[in-house]
Design a protein around this ligand. Structure first.
Ligand code: PHE
Length: 352
């Protein structure tokens, strides 16, 4: 029996040498370690052996089994290594290839300017108040002292929405952020109608006008409205606030200028200019040689508007202004066409 085991071991290990692939290895396992293998038959005849033979044959049989099992494991590992070596040499990894870049998102240049404006006005105590883009004629015009048929309506070519039965109060897309003044004042004054709290807010957002589209005019654009209402607010508060804003936004030495103007909802009214921050006021092609850039409109809130907002003009006064963030962004980055803002062209957007 010992001889038989040696023969089983010799032929088994020889056969293992010849194994080339995984299928052959599995076949070998079944043939040499499986239930019908010569080795297992020795184990099954174990009971017939004499007391003296048992330990000797048992030890030897276990030795052979161990040798087969170790051989099998070594062969499997060797085949795994060979396969790995093969793929490594065939499928070469070129670590000098450039990596795949993940596109980096960023804020739209208009959003960047708006956030900077919120920061500057935030430092000066103004909170952000958001107001709707779809308005009624009443809020967009009438409550702001533009009566029906008022010639100043011609300054703001309006999108009217078709809606039945609204008479003199059609739905419009807001032409400016000023209707937010009424919403804000009504909401804040409703907190204490007999003694309304003061207001100090900025109102950002999209406005819509039926414009002939050119490099300076779009049918959709941003405004940032400002509103301060309280007892004893004067025109010098307005001038000081906007001059301070210009210095914080464009640099400590920026000068400002006010020119008389007209808006139905402010009295007196002014256009607000800042010294050209590109040439420092010396004159360049952006400021067209004047040294000044027009940044927005402003004025003292008209008594009719204060009353419409719930603030008695006998006790309260206030100022308002409207800025064009896109215009500031264009001046700053020397963007020569406002249409770039909404074309979603990555070649434009990736520059900011
Ligand atoms: N709403 C005005 C416009 O769009 C700007 C403005 C706002 C002027 C507030 C004065 C006060 O033209």
């Amino acid at each position: 029996m010992i001889d038989q085991l040696s023969e089983i071991e010799r032929t088994g290990l020889e056969a293992l040498e010849a194994v080339q692939n995984e299928a052959e290895l599995e076949a070998w396992r079944v043939a040499h370690l499986g239930r019908n293998s010569g080795l297992m038959q020795v184990f099954s005849k174990f009971g017939q052996l004499s007391k003296e033979e048992k330990p000797v044959v048992g030890a030897r049989a276990n030795e052979v089994k161990k040798a087969f099992e170790n051989g099998l494991a070594a062969k499997a590992e060797a085949m795994k290594q060979a396969a790995l070596k093969r793929t490594l040499s065939q499928e070469q990894l070129d670590v000098t290839l450039p990596g795949r870049r993940i596109p980096l998102g960023r804020l739209h240049p208009d959003t960047q300017t708006l956030r900077e404006l919120y920061r500057v006005f935030g430092e000066m105590g103004f909170q952000v108040f958001r107001s709707r883009e779809v308005e009624s004629d009443e809020y967009n015009f009438q409550l702001l002292n533009f009566q029906i048929g008022h010639p100043a309506r011609d300054m703001q070519d309006t999108y009217f929405i078709e809606a039945e039965g609204r008479g003199d109060n059609p739905i419009v897309l807001r032409t400016h952020t000023s209707p937010g003044q009424i919403h804000a004042m009504r909401w804040i004054s409703s907190m204490n109608p007999d003694n309304p709290p003061p207001v100090r807010i900025v109102l950002p957002g999209m406005c819509y006008r039926y414009e002939q589209v050119t490099n300076r005019h779009e049918t959709q654009f941003d405004q940032l409205e400002g509103l301060a209402v309280g007892p004893g607010i004067t025109f010098s508060d307005l001038k000081g606030t906007l001059a301070d804003f210009a210095r914080r936004m464009f640099g400590q030495n920026t000068r400002t200028r006010f020119r008389a103007s007209y808006f139905p909802f402010t009295e007196p009214s002014a256009e607000f200019d800042v010294e050209c921050f590109l040439c420092g006021g010396r004159g360049c092609n952006v400021c067209k040689g004047s040294g000044w850039l027009e940044i927005g409109g402003c004025g003292m809130v008209h008594p009719v508007v204060l009353r419409n907002g719930g603030y008695a003009p006998e006790r309260y006064s206030g100022f308002a202004f409207g800025l064009g963030p896109q215009r500031m962004t264009m001046l700053r980055h020397k963007i020569d066409d406002i249409r770039y803002f909404f074309q979603n062209d990555l070649r434009f957007l990736e520059q900011f």
